[in-house]
Design a protein around this ligand. Structure first.
Ligand code: URA
Length: 235
């Protein structure tokens, strides 16, 4: 059960103040009856909400793009560190939100936060070949032999065999790397196995979805339908 005003805000009807005004001015109905209390609790899935007689097609899940800054952990709760969920504005907050894929505390960039478990699973499962693209700065200049090693699939020191990855050399110790898996510290471990330390790491895209260059660090916004679909387009 959720508050009516919160549901309307989450569906993009307006800000908290605006929707409260709409409700108080009798422009919102719940199962055909006018409601005047913004705090009315209801189950959005089984109720029919209308604004000015126009039925609202309540979206089941929420999909957010976060421009993750350094210093936040990709967890829903943590006793020691700030979590990425603390960056989600109140109006987008709902039960069951979690980051679809982890970034290290010192990694920044594109993070998708959702409450749709199947969607997250599809992104993360290597079977689906959703390429995750990272920009990295290293403590040295890799050469073509590293590109080939990534292409063949790196075997980590603990014996873990990784899937082939794509590496672009950008010069001045900078690279762009694409992987389909998301193992713990994967990019850092791949470079470590070739003798390099990653000193800066930023995720630029997930599948065909790129980080919005106009989204300030630490901010979050809803994904559009075409952006949600773009995640599964090959890039
Ligand atoms: N690989 C890493 O090593 N760290 C990240 O945060 C993401 C991928």
């Amino acid at each position: 059960m959720e508050r009516l005003d919160k549901i309307l805000v989450s569906q993009g009807v307006g800000s908290r103040k605006e929707v409260q005004k709409l409700i108080r001015s009798k422009r919102v109905t719940l199962n055909g009856e006018v409601v005047t209390k913004p705090e009315t609790k209801l189950d959005a899935e089984s109720s029919e909400i209308a604004v000015d007689g126009q039925a609202l097609n309540v979206k089941k899940y929420i999909y957010l793009m976060l421009n993750k800054p350094q210093g936040y952990v990709s967890a829903t709760e943590d006793n020691l560190h700030k979590t990425v969920l603390e960056l989600v504005p109140e109006d987008f907050k709902r039960k069951g939100l979690f980051p679809a894929g982890r970034l290290d505390k010192d990694t920044e960039g594109l993070m998708i936060i959702t409450d749709d478990g199947d969607f997250a699973h599809r992104i993360l499962s290597p079977k689906n070949h959703v390429w995750k693209t990272y920009y990295a700065e290293l403590d040295g200049e890799p050469d073509e032999s590293v590109v080939s090693a990534f292409e063949r699939g790196i075997t980590l020191d603990d014996g873990t065999k990784l899937l082939p990855a794509k590496l672009d050399l950008l010069g001045n110790n900078r690279v762009r790397v694409k992987i389909t898996e998301g193992k713990f510290h994967q990019v850092k471990k791949m470079f470590a196995s070739c003798g390099f330390k990653v000193i800066f790491l930023k995720r630029e895209s997930v599948g065909g979805l790129s980080l919005d260059g106009n989204l300030p660090k630490g901010s979050c916004r809803e994904l559009t339908n075409s952006e949600i679909a773009a995640v599964f387009l090959v890039k």
